[in-house]
Write a protein that binds this ligand. Sequence first.
Ligand code: GDP
Length: 139
Amino acid sequence: MSGNRTFTMIKPSTVSDGVAGAILARIQEAGFRIVALKLTQLSLHQAGIFYLVHRERPFYHDLIAFMSSGPVVAVILEKENAVEDFRTLIGATDPAKAAEGTIRKLFAKNLQENAIHGSDSDENAMIEGSFFFSGLEQF
Ligand code: GDP
């Protein structure tokens, strides 16, 4: 993937709330093109690998239990300046601090169940996208 792609994941409690479609519509209306998309469930081990950077944090075990608790919607997106623009679209990690109109402000429950993931760099977008999708699944 090049610098115009990012990776996102709609989190389990948000998928089970039935609002994945509403969130995908907002993402597309903001100008992002869907490159790859699937509904899938991480094992505890896979969630642990995905969030390995946070392994020393006190919330790590809760986070990976939550992220493996049900299906997620995994998506690769394309747009100019994708990583930065997508982080703006989803808002701050803590929904209490997220700007009005952002996806986390609208759909998050709390700091952990904050609706959606968004890659924080071009390098991580590529790593995370490849974690979920083979080259044959990207269009
Ligand atoms: P993000 O890049 O905005 O998703 O934020 P981080 O990479 O810092 O954290 C990854 C995820 O861990 C967040 O999206 C939250 O789901 C969760 N998280 C972050 N900080 C906390 C915290 O202090 N407590 C809990 N319970 N979860 C957190």
